[in-house]
Ligand binder design. Structure first.
Ligand code: ADP
Ligand code: TRP
Length: 318
């Protein structure tokens, strides 16, 4: 019997990945599941993504790309139960049960809802209800830790609230209260224009850029001519070389921006090449992604069905 504490996290298949996502979040995530301290369940939150992405082809493509990306950066499918949320019906089933225990005013206090409301958006019911599906994701597996960024902390508090409420109303400790694991803030990765790298600013270096794409993006990095050292180039260089090595390089080539950019291209390329190669090799064998997801689906269904058996009994439908 596996008694390690359980780790659960989900990632939405939205947006093209860039090196800001990788150095800021994805890499830490993979390291955490490698430690052997936890039994990790990681899933693609496709039903959460459905709130904003309503195009079947795009959903299929981005889901596969995200699975391949995580495998390429080192997520080990032997250690991790890796699956699609939509493959495990217990997530939406439990979400419904939680809906019946939650009031509208309570969900109206959620930050994500308030932000959407402040922007005067037409908010769909799925977005309003987002925290209930996320609570189901977490509570189905008795998660002890849920690694997320700071912005997701409230969602975990909501999951704790609903777990307590369920246990109280049905007078049985069916759910374990999860703790958050807030990933340490990693320095913001700057984009080619010096602002935070973000897909919405068009200043990204794609994680799976070819050598030529990489070269084009790096050559486009904005440099100001006031100093000896092009800060935007240096900041990106720091991701892949030690500061000590960089001191030597930037002293030797002081003021020679073109050479420094060429060195950055070579270093980024060297760093990213194995990840890119793994990604490309996964493209060549689509059955591998299918097999990993099929295995994950089976394990996640087994774990979640055991929990749902207790839930159905507790509420009196079984
Ligand atoms: P984007 O800003 O491109 O839309 P997301 O909001 O989808 O990126 O971010 C996904 C994850 O990647 C988050 O955990 C976020 O903190 C991290 N991330 C995104 N951009 C950066 C960046 N420039 N520096 C560090 N981390 C980042
Ligand atoms: N809401 C999370 C995000 O936007 C994704 C997510 C969905 C998740 N379900 C989860 C994260 C369960 C952790 C646990 O990043």
């Amino acid at each position: 019997m596996n008694t390690k504490p359980i780790l659960v996290s989900g990632v939405k298949p939205t947006g093209d990945l860039h090196i800001g996502n990788y150095f800021g979040a994805m890499r830490q995530f993979v390291e955490l599941t490698k430690e052997g301290k936890y039994r990790p369940f990681i899933f693609i939150a496709d039903y959460h993504a459905l709130n904003t992405m309503q195009d079947a082809e795009e959903m299929r493509r981005r889901t596969r790309e995200l699975v391949m990306a995580y495998l390429a950066i080192g997520l080990d499918p032997e250690q991790v139960v890796f699956f699609k949320q939509s493959d495990v019906p217990a997530h939406t089933e439990l979400c419904w049960i939680f809906d019946t225990l939650t009031t509208m005013p309570y969900l109206m206090r959620a930050h994500a809802f308030k932000d959407a409301e402040a922007k005067n958006k037409e908010i769909n019911v799925g977005t309003f209800n987002y925290p209930m599906l996320m609570a189901a994701d977490i509570l189905l597996y008795d998660a002890a830790v849920v690694p997320v960024g700071q912005d997701q902390k409230q969602h975990i508090e909501i999951a704790r609230d609903i777990a307590e409420k369920f246990n109280r109303i049905y007078k049985e400790d069916v759910f374990t209260l999860p703790g958050p694991y807030i990933m340490p803030e990693v320095a913001v990765v700057p984009g080619t224009d010096g602002q935070k790298m973000s897909k919405s600013y068009g200043n990204v270096i794609p994680l799976f850029a070819s050598h030529d794409e990489l070269a084009k993006a790096v050559m486009g990095i904005v440099t100001d001519s006031s100093g000896e050292r092009p800060e935007n180039v240096y900041a990106m260089h720091k991701l892949v070389r030690s500061e000590q090595e960089l001191e030597a390089i930037y002293t030797e080539h002081a003021g020679k921006y073109k050479i420094l950019k060429e060195l950055l291209i070579a270093d980024l390329d060297r760093y990213l090449a194995p990840i890119r190669a793994k990604y490309e090799s996964l493209k060549d064998d689509p059955t591998l992604v299918d097999a990993i997801l099929a295995k994950g689906r089976l394990e996640a269904r087994t774990a979640s069905e055991a929990k749902m058996g207790r839930v159905r009994k507790a509420i009196g439908v079984a």
